[in-house]
Design a protein around this ligand. Sequence first.
Ligand SMILES: [Zn+2]
Length: 325
Amino acid sequence: MSDTLRAHLATFDRIRKPGAYAYERVSDHVGGVHGTHIVFGSLVHGDEVGSLPAVLRVIDELNHGTLKFGGRVTFFVGNPEAGLAGVRFLESDLNRVFVDSAADDHEGRRARQLRPILDDADVFIDLHQTIEETSNAFYIFPFGVEGWHWARAIAATPMWVTRSPEASFSAGACCADEYVRLRGKPGITIEVSQRGFGNGGEERAYKAIVDTLAIADAVAAGTTTLAAAAEARPEIAFLQTTHRELFTSDALALRPGLTNFQTVQEGDLLSAPGTPELRAPATGWVLFPKYPPRIDGVYKKPLPGEIYRIIGPLPGHPLDLYNLR
Ligand SMILES: [Zn+2]
């Protein structure tokens, strides 16, 4: 993978439009017709590389005028150094450190370089991939009315793993999309496919990008409103996390073969033979099952926070559940 990634990064460096930002893995395109500024993130987790070919294709089409956007669109490649090393991050999870207190390590410094870009975004869309196989692409971010309108209008996927906007704070940590939401702007994360090239992420990311730009142009031109563009598409299926199993010990291990959106029944055994018993506490779908690499039988540190989640349908519309009507 790293040879392909290296080639794609070289292409990015060659075709990118340098803009006003100091960070060098940015391409910044100004259409000059209206002021809406859309920002897309790729490789915020270094090994989630699948959206990068789509970003290159869009940059190339913008450069050649075969794709037009009247506003400003900025693409950044978040953590290519981790990507080239084949890992999620080098020193700390970049998608946790958009905070003033971030350490002076690789990802802390990168977050400081990226924050001025996020500070300018009217809409931020972060393109991620799951570790294990997934039968669905999905949005994953806390609910907000404007974010909902964008997500439904773009229709990048009909599924959204969401939660109350009030539950979005975790002390001392901040994701890129959350950083934008704290500014009062929509910050949207899409898991486009399983990680890697060729798993369907490129096609989904490309469509999400061009559809977002088309909607932003149409809204700026007054031919539609964001709410009307959303209303014109089917409602999203809202899902919520019903259980998070914390990765509390080196002894824990999932049974092989669990994938995203795999159906489990309450009581199903999810742990590997000979490891502490983990049983699904509820019926639903598995999300983010983790099989961290082991060295001499011991997990590489730091352990992920959760070993798996269970998700299920949200029992109503978020507008009602979160008292937003
Ligand atoms: Zn990710």
